[in-house]
Design a binder for this molecule. Structure first.
Ligand code: SF4
Length: 376
């Protein structure tokens, strides 16, 4: 079983972010009470799936959470559920929360993987994205992490930032590589609706780069990471052998998971998905007074098929044609026909029964995957 915990508080609102978060921390204590209540309310459901293989504290900014709250959370998790001996326990941490003291505390709490929101090593990018930390703080934090003995470390970087040249991006990757950490997540900066960045783009204060810049930077990323010995195991993720994210891989492989906290999603591994409403107050009131704080959805065969393709085709493993035939017989013929067309076009590669998006077409993967989608 894989457990995700969404801790929604942040120091500032980054200009590009469309995750569910709140910069008002007044209700942090009340939120953690609600979170523990949810954990208790759902303990049988979670325990029914067997020992926890991974726990992921995401957000928001979980590294901002006060110690006593994290301690109580881990105490509850350990009390109610068996943890696999080799469980992967990840904390998302922003550089401005990383101190020698916090690192020691997180390590003692059992956290064995850190996902660090560096985003950029350039001050001007950080300003444009309204990050709460400086590049200097990131470098210092990464030095401390290495010194604290955390080996399973991943860093988030963003490319396609206005004003970032391809040479600048290459420098970012060189800095990442100089630390020797085993995992990198690299995302293209996208303009999400209702964000500060969207408003700035709309008003003309910020101009986003053209597609060709994103494409060049994406392929540079891929080339450099492959050369450095990292596998490109998912469209935005690179890992040295054995260091992939087991938690995220569980999502991509369709395993069951439970998400706690506002906006967190859960999936039973079959055809039921549910999610907590993305609203702190609705969430807290729901757990305090028994009000509705989540919604459920029964997935149709078409939903399951589309989701299967959307997650698997984004991975380096791709899809197994026999699995499609067994699990989605109604869509199998259409899949084979389209796959042949795309193979002839050079977008889909094939070895035996396995199909994946060819490296040269990866940049267009969203459009290619959408071609496979079906409706009920
Ligand atoms: S710290 Fe992360 S979750 Fe919070 S606003 Fe910034 S990008 Fe979003």
């Amino acid at each position: 079983m894989h457990l995700y915990v969404h801790i929604p508080f942040c120091r500032v609102n980054c200009s590009y972010c469309n995750f569910y978060f709140s910069v008002n921390r007044r209700h942090e204590g009340r939120f953690f009470d609600a979170l523990l209540a949810e954990l208790q309310e759902r303990k049988e459901e979670i325990a029914g799936y067997g020992p926890l293989q991974t726990v992921y504290l995401g957000g928001g900014t979980p590294s901002l959470a006060r110690r006593e709250y994290l301690e109580a959370l881990f105490e509850h998790i350990r009390h109610y559920f068996p943890l696999a001996d080799d469980a992967e326990i990840t904390l998302e941490a922003n550089p401005d929360d990383i101190s020698r003291e916090n690192l020691r505390f997180w390590k003692d709490s059992g956290i064995n993987r850190l996902s660090v929101g560096v985003q950029s090593f350039r001050e001007r990018d950080l300003k444009l994205m309204r990050r709460a930390h400086t590049a200097r703080q990131s470098r210092q934090a990464l030095d401390w992490i290495a010194g604290a003995g955390f080996r399973n470390v991943t860093i988030d970087l963003i490319y396609g930032i206005p004003g970032m040249s391809t040479a600048d991006w290459e420098e970012q990757l060189d800095i990442f590589l100089s630390y020797g950490f085993p995992h990198l997540s690299a995302y293209a900066l996208t303009v999400e609706p209702d964000t500060l960045l969207a408003r700035k783009v709309q008003s003309g204060a910020v101009t986003m780069p053209g597609d060709e810049v994103y494409e060049t930077q994406f392929f540079l990323l891929r080339e450099k990471m492959l050369q450095a010995g990292y596998a490109h195991y998912e469209i935005s993720n690179f890992a040295r052998p054995g260091w992939h994210s087991r938690h995220n891989s569980a999502y991509w492989e369709g395993h069951p998971y439970v998400g706690l906290g506002p906006s967190a999603h859960s999936y039973d591994g079959k055809d039921l998905r549910w999610w907590n409403k993305p609203n702190l107050h609705v969430y807290m009131r729901g757990l305090e007074n028994g009000g509705p704080y989540y919604e459920t959805e029964k997935l149709s065969a078409a939903d399951l098929y589309n989701e299967y393709l959307m997650t698997r085709l984004r991975t380096g493993e791709g899809v197994d044609v026999r699995e499609i035939e067994n699990r989605f017989p109604d869509f199998y013929r259409a899949f084979v026909r389209l796959a042949e067309t795309l193979e002839a076009r050079g977008d889909i590669c094939r070895r035996g029964n396995r199909l994946w998006i060819c490296p040269g077409a990866l940049f267009r993967s969203d459009g290619i995957i959408a071609e496979f989608f079906v409706t009920d």
